[in-house]
Write a protein of this length. Sequence first.
Length: 462
Amino acid sequence: MDFSRSLIAAVVLATAPSCAKDKPIPPFEPSPITPIEHGMPIGLTIPTSQLVTAIYEDDNCPSGWTVLADELARGEGNDFVVPLQEGYVLRFADLESMSAELLNAITVVGNDFSILSLDISWVCWVASPEWQDEMTQLVSDLQDAGVVVYLNLNHNGSFPADLADPDDLENAGWANGAFEESFLDYVQDVIASFEGILPAGTRVSLGQEPVVALFNGYLHHEGKYPPGGIRAGIAFTQALANLQKTFVLAAGMIADETDWMPTVGMNIRPLTDAIMSEAARRLKFVYNWALLDALVRGCIDENLDGTCDEQVEPPSRFEIGVTFYGTMSSSGDAVTIGESAAAGRIMVIPAIDVAPSAERFAEALQMVADEYSGILIAVAELGFSGANTSEQVGLFTEYLARMRSPDEPDDGRIPVSYVFLHTLFQAAEFGPGEWLFHLIDECLAADECVLTNFGVALLARL
């Protein structure tokens, strides 16, 4: 199983029609409908790591993904496509082509979506000065077009190739002792590069669904996500401890050295077990709260036992971004986590349910508000897949109705700073099914943008 919306995505409709060329989607003509009422700014995610092929070409941006792909290719029986490789991310050849269509698309959607969350790609940033120049230019061009740009420092959990070693999972990826220095150097460079470009209040996300990346990278039963772990619970524990320490320091740098707002995109999942075992409670804590406890409270829990092994100074300001793609329950599998197998504790492996539910979405927001009273909350990502356009738009309407702007009167709903919809362009997703919840198919010129059925329907309602 996969442990995120990214890998099994948002709402899989098993009967969704194919979007292959021999089965075209019929034109969609919306009926007269009432506009969606909402008080929050709505934006779009631009997951560059799921869009640009050049990111996963080893001579451009050597990453943990490419190292793992090479390693797996040498084994027998590995005929599956490793996610995010050259056979999978096909939307744009390079950042230049993505930038051109993105700027064209803004002329169509910019009035309704006032913010973009732009994945700037850790692996490419550190590997290519040219990438840095193109990315900073793209941000400036978007601003000139009237768009507010937020940055996402890491998407899909990829990391530079020098942190990857599939033969030594105890010291690979986020568990690598060099992870902290590498990531903090990157953050410092980003701060220097965008100083004077990004205005006060700009959100800078440390990463999108970073804990999900650890669940997949160390605990997945197939070992096909970097760094390639299979039930590697001890390495997982070390990786999450490193992530806690590093992200607290990175958030502190952003808060202290800039007037931006550090944030993170956390996948929050209610646990639906009727009877909660100790191993299930541990899953709920590790999946939802272990990293946030560090970022909000300065509590470093190295052994993932629910206690603070080290108390550090949390960032002076912070915002929690929530991504929501369903619930989880206890599966029939478990893993030992902790500093060693002998001293470890049992945590169940989650069974993921991606069924959409406005009630469960509201529950996830309430969980965060209850756990961290007074914290700023935003929605870092929502997505709805499938071919039923009316259902997709209806879900988005229901979700919006469950939250309010912080400027609106308190009526029991959770105040949310902004909402990001996933996504503008069709992006690679990590599981079977049809992923038709992007807004634009192509945009070769400002007056030649081709909207999807979902895009037509949603823009008609906003």
